[in-house]
Design a protein around this ligand. Sequence first.
Ligand code: PGA
Length: 307
Amino acid sequence: MAMVSTYCPQFSGLRRSCLKLDISQSQSFVQHINSQLRLSSSRKPCRAVVAMAGSGKFFVGGNWKCNGTKDSITKLVSDLNSTTLESDVDVVVAPPFVYLDQVKASLTDRIEVSAQNSWIGKGGAFTGEISVEQLKDIGCKWVILGHSERRHIIGEDDQFIGKKAAHALKEGLGVIACIGELLEEREAGKTFDVCFQQLKAFSDVVPSWDNIVIAYEPVWAIGTGKVATPQQAQEVHEAVRDWLKKNVSEEVASKTRIIYGGSVNGGNCADLAKEEDIDGFLVGGASLKGPEFATIINSVTFKKVAA
Ligand code: PGA
């Protein structure tokens, strides 16, 4: 412990890094801190240790779903442009397709733009679909795939979602890959089984995990105002990270952001952000209000735990 208080880690963003240590000190310190990362609240490591099990940057996405008009979106963009955002966060918003171009042209470059869906392959005779190439053409960097509303209302299955993800990644779009259980699945004790099966469907087909953010969104919490407790979310996030470790690699488990979605708002984001495997949020309703979305983005500050 003496060593820990002597060599408190420095943080660049949210990543742990040790400065001014020689290699042997640095290695033993890193081993020590790694072994401390899943401490219970009664055994906290040194001051300012970041409550973050993964090594990726905090990530917050706003999923605007099928909401907005030209006017309301102009106002939302102007609100977002005038907010002050913490720098250690990747921020993305996903407007409806018809407003993507408008948003891309008027929104600050600080915030990337995402689509809410994309087609499984190249464009062509696919009425109503939007291709990855078209999304890239208007400056879109991300796409949300596997969202529960598309799984359960539109009827998309794992295989179809997997094809979309594989194509989007192959063409260079980042994928926000959504997973999550229905209420009856949770009540039947199947939460992990469902999430792992959905994860596997992505894992079986994606060319690499470099450009994927996993969004854990329990279906019973989406748009219901019934947010998962920080402990419920943390439990699944930790299991997802362990799944990645066992089934993909330790490196991917560490660097892949696992974000939480489901009734996140300005009032509950801080407590959720404090959980060590929660690397950010996917926000629906509350992302339609600029100042509240900014509060959620800035909850990154709660990753830093005062000892
Ligand atoms: P919500 O939606 O924040 O309105 O619950 C989240 C989502 O569907 O991504």
